[in-house]
Structure formats: structure tokens, C-alpha cells
Ligand binder design. Structure first.
Ligand SMILES: [Zn+2]
Length: 400
């Protein structure tokens, strides 16, 4: 027996009893109906199913009691009792006498029940009707539709709904309120990611030109979309447009410098093709000065090693580690030092490297700035809070 459910029902029983009591006092109507006591008995016997039915029967549905019915249904849904919530909300819709706005409210709650139960097709049908028929519930319904299309990875439909949610441009130039998507994020942020997801699918099919168009769309919707710039850089590189690739990737620095490390591998390839590795060094040094992070220190060290050799990388790392200590930097430094040693020193360094690598393996590389979800992979859609673009590489404080 679920104690929380019993508590919820008991709570509802008090509410229903209060309403029935008030009605009989004001309208001089009958005392509390037998169905109400029957419901209480079911509750005391630990039989919530019977209690739900009895309460539904005790409380006639009209405009005044609608809120109580809806609240009881929502309480059950939040407790994970979705089947019972569906029964309560469906019961409301069986009453043709309710005014239309209240019918729409009940429809919306039923759609939420279906989403909780994973019955997306049923929820989608209800929500589409609401978008058409109910101006009051339109935006809430569109947000739930987005939630469904995101879960189903149906990006084309998600783009359609999110675009409809965007604020209309005002002719008077008044600033429009920021429209929110399925989560509390601005819908334009999510929309840009939907275009990126679509671009990913097109790339997997080998359709580079349509993918390119989708990425431009993403940037048109959200100029700050780092992911679109990174993907655009990769697409341009693959198409042999190295200068355009560099331009797209260097934009990340203005958009969000925490993502610079993600751009470096492709930037390095581009500059190699362009025969201008000094430009990369200069760019990285500028970035490092403006925004010193452990991942960036490592990237510069890798670059130095490639162009100037191990010794240059070792002296750079030693100097930087004193200022920005990081485990990953230490591991890289040990690895570089080990190549020039032998005998017992080499054995000791091998052991040290093993220990440091074990410490690194236990730590996450990426973290969501919104909910704190941490992992070893860059997720553009946070699995924890379902926000887009909030996961980024850990900057590397003293322990990372
Ligand atoms: Zn998160």
C-alpha cells in the first residue's frame, strides 16, 4: 500500500468533505452523501481504488468543484498513480455541461497524464486539438508538444512548434517577452539545437549541403549557439573550405570561451591545410591570456609539442601548472618527462602516471551549469535537467 497515495487521498477526502459540508450548510441540501462515507471507509480499509471511485461519485462535477477534481487528479499523477489520474480527468470530460474553457483545462491535464504514462500519440492528439481550439491553453499545449517531439527526436516537428512559439515581431518595436520552450529556457535556444540535430541526421545521410543550410538556420535563430558554430566549422573543413571553417570556429570565442577546447582539433587541421600553424599558436595564446583554463593549457601544450617538440611542451606545462594546477596537466607532464628517463626513475614515473590517471578516471570531464549533472561526455541536451547547451567542460580548478 502506497502511503503517499493514501495521504493524498485523505487530503482530498478532507477537501471534498469540506465542500460538501459547506454546500449542505448554505443550500440547506442533504447531509454529506453516503458515497463520501463509503470513500472514507475504503480509505480506512486501505483500498485506494474504491476510494477514488467513491470520491468521484460523491463530488458532482460542476464549475465549482472542477478545481478539486483536477487537483486530486494532478496529485495522483505526481505520486506516479497515472492510471487513476487518467480516470479522474476522463470522468470530467464525460460531463457535457462544463463550460468550454474548463473542458480545455481538463483536456490539458489528461494530456499531461498521457505524457507521464508514455502514451505520446494520445497526448499529441489532445494537444493538437487544444492548439487549434483553446487560445488560453495554446502555449502550454505547444510546450508539451515540444516535450513529446524532443523525446521522440522528431526534429522537423519540434522546429515547426518551436517556431510558432517564437514571439511575433512587434511593428511598434516594443521588446517582446522571451518565449520559453519545453523547459524554462528561451525557445530560441532550443530551436537552434533542433536545427543542429537535424543537421546531424542529414550529415549521417551524406547530405552536406542541406546540413550546412540547417546550421545557418540555427545561427539565425540563436547567434550565440556554440554548437552550430562548431558543427559549421567541421562541415566547412570536410568540404575543403578551410578559411570559412576557421571563421566559424573562431566565433566560439565570442559566443562562449568555455567551449574553445572543443574547437581546437578541427582548427589545428584547418591551419595545417592552410600552412599557417603560427596563426593557431597566436590565437591559442590570446585565448589563454583572456580565459585561462586547464583544458586550454593542455591544448596549447599539444600544439607546442607538435611544432616545437617535447622540450618546449615540458617547459610550458611546468610553468602553467604552477599557475593553474590540474591533474590532466600533471599526467601530460609526467608522460612527456618519462620519454627522456630510464631505470628506476622511469619506473617511479610510470607508477605516478598510473596513480594520477586513476584519479582522473574517477572525475567527470563535463558538467551542466544548470543542474550539476556531470559526466565524461559532452551532451548538448543535458540528461539531468533537459536543458540545451548547458553542459560544458570543467574549467579545471585545483583538482580537475
Ligand atoms: Zn542539467
Amino acid at each position: 500500500m502506497n502511503e503517499l497515495l493514501m495521504f493524498a487521498l485523505l487530503f482530498a477526502a478532507i477537501g471534498i468533505g469540506w465542500w460538501l459540508g459547506r454546500r449542505s450548510a448554505t443550500a440547506a441540501g442533504p447531509d454529506l452523501p453516503g458515497q463520501y462515507y463509503k470513500g472514507l471507509n475504503y480509505l480506512l480499509d486501505g483500498r485506494p481504488d474504491g476510494a477514488v471511485d467513491a470520491f468521484i461519485n460523491a463530488l458532482e462535477v460542476n464549475s465549482e468543484t472542477l478545481e478539486t477534481h483536477i487537483a486530486l487528479g494532478n496529485l495522483l499523477r505526481k505520486r506516479g498513480e497515472v492510471d487513476r489520474a487518467i480516470r479522474i480527468h476522463q470522468n470530467l470530460l464525460a460531463r457535457p455541461s462544463l463550460p468550454r474553457p474548463q473542458v480545455h483545462q481538463a483536456h490539458l491535464e489528461l494530456a499531461r497524464d498521457y505524457i507521464s504514462a508514455g502514451l505520446f500519440d494520445r497526448a499529441e492528439r489532445l494537444l493538437r486539438d487544444l492548439v487549434k481550439d483553446s487560445p488560453e491553453q495554446r502555449r502550454a499545449s505547444q510546450r508539451h508538444l515540444l516535450e513529446i517531439f524532443q523525446s521522440e527526436r522528431d526534429w522537423a516537428q519540434a522546429i515547426e512548434v518551436a517556431t510558432a512559439l517564437l514571439p511575433r515581431k512587434s511593428l511598434l518595436g516594443a521588446p517582446a517577452a522571451v518565449a520559453r520552450g519545453a523547459s524554462a529556457q528561451p525557445v530560441a535556444v532550443a530551436l537552434a539545437h533542433y536545427h543542429c540535430e537535424l543537421a546531424n541526421e542529414l550529415l549521417a545521410q551524406g547530405n552536406v549541403s542541406d546540413a550546412h543550410a540547417q546550421l545557418l538556420q540555427a545561427l539565425a535563430k540563436d547567434r550565440q549557439c556554440v554548437r552550430a558554430s562548431i558543427m559549421l566549422g567541421q562541415v566547412e573543413y570536410q568540404s575543403g573550405h578551410y578559411k570559412q571553417a576557421v571563421k566559424a570556429l573562431r566565433k566560439v570565442r565570442q559566443q562562449d570561451p568555455d567551449y574553445i577546447p572543443e574547437t581546437i582539433p578541427t582548427l589545428r587541421d584547418c591551419y595545417r591545410e592552410l600552412g599557417d600553424q603560427r596563426a593557431l599558436r597566436q590565437y591559442l595564446e590570446e585565448c589563454l591570456q583572456a580565459n585561462p583554463t586547464a583544458p586550454l593549457v593542455l591544448a596549447v601544450a599539444d600544439d607546442l609539442r607538435e611544432t616545437d617538440g617535447d622540450e618546449a611542451a615540458v617547459s610550458f606545462l611546468s610553468e602553467q601548472l604552477a599557475r593553474y594546477p590540474s591533474l590532466r596537466g600533471l599526467s601530460r607532464l609526467i608522460g612527456l618527462q618519462m620519454q627522456n628517463t630510464e631505470g628506476s626513475i622511469r619506473n617511479n614515473l610510470t607508477l605516478l602516471e598510473l596513480l594520477v590517471d586513476r584519479l582522473i578516471a574517477e572525475r567527470p570531464t563535463y558538467r551542466c551549469g544548470h543542474c550539476g549533472f556531470a559526466g565524461r561526455q559532452l551532451h548538448w541536451f543535458c540528461p539531468g535537467c533537459k536543458h540545451w547547451g548547458t553542459v560544458k567542460s570543467i574549467r579545471g580548478n585545483r583538482v580537475d
